[in-house]
Design a protein. Structure first.
Length: 188
């Protein structure tokens, strides 16, 4: 069953001004994933390939996941807004609110152990906060019984490489793969 079919009730009530078939990117990943990642909105590469996080930021995320031995295919990956905003602008609050019922339904259906919010938009929306990602990344919050951990958006590490260690550390924490400080004999 396609994403649109699965959530047909939502799409039937969505105001058409918030939908454009040519800029639509559905979520991917298993419906029983332990970890859900939420970004802000698709970019050009995502629209072209029909999948979230496949551009440069997605490649960065894939590299970090590979480094910590996590299979991207085990993660449910979605966005606040499923339509690429015009001119690659940030999503507006009315767009985020229009798509919010679908995101809530996705969370209910997947019921992940933890949600990772990527960057400011997703983190501020999910935690109903005005605090920036640099102040809250890597901490685990609870909202309505759901664990949520804000992390840097992988795109941020492309513009500021000093954030890469924090992204990796936060992902390790989220997946229970923290560095213990121990080394293998073969690493010495």
């Amino acid at each position: 069953m396609s994403f649109r079919d699965k959530y047909s009730e939502f799409f039937e009530q969505l105001d058409e001004k918030y939908f454009d078939e040519e800029r639509f990117v559905p979520a991917v990943g298993p419906e029983d994933a332990e970890v859900m990642m939420i970004g802000e909105a698709p970019g050009a590469n995502e629209v072209e390939q029909g999948e979230p996080f496949v551009g440069r930021a997605g490649e960065k995320m894939n590299d970090v996941l590979k480094d910590i031995n996590v299979d991207r295919g085990d993660i449910y990956i979605t966005n606040l807004v499923k339509i690429r905003p015009p001119d690659n602008r940030d999503p507006k609050s009315d767009e985020i609110e229009a798509w919010a019922p679908l995101l809530e339904k996705e969370i209910e259906n997947v019921n992940p152990d933890i949600i990772l919010t990527l960057g400011n938009f997703a983190s501020r929306h999910m935690l109903d906060t005005s605090k920036g990602i640099s102040k809250i990344h890597g901490r685990i919050f609870t909202r309505e019984g759901q664990k949520i951990m804000p992390i840097y958006h992988p795109a941020a590490t492309l513009y500021d490489r000093s954030k890469t260690p924090d992204l990796e550390k936060d992902l390790r924490k989220a997946f229970g793969k923290e560095n213990t400080g121990q080394q293998k004999l073969s690493d010495l």
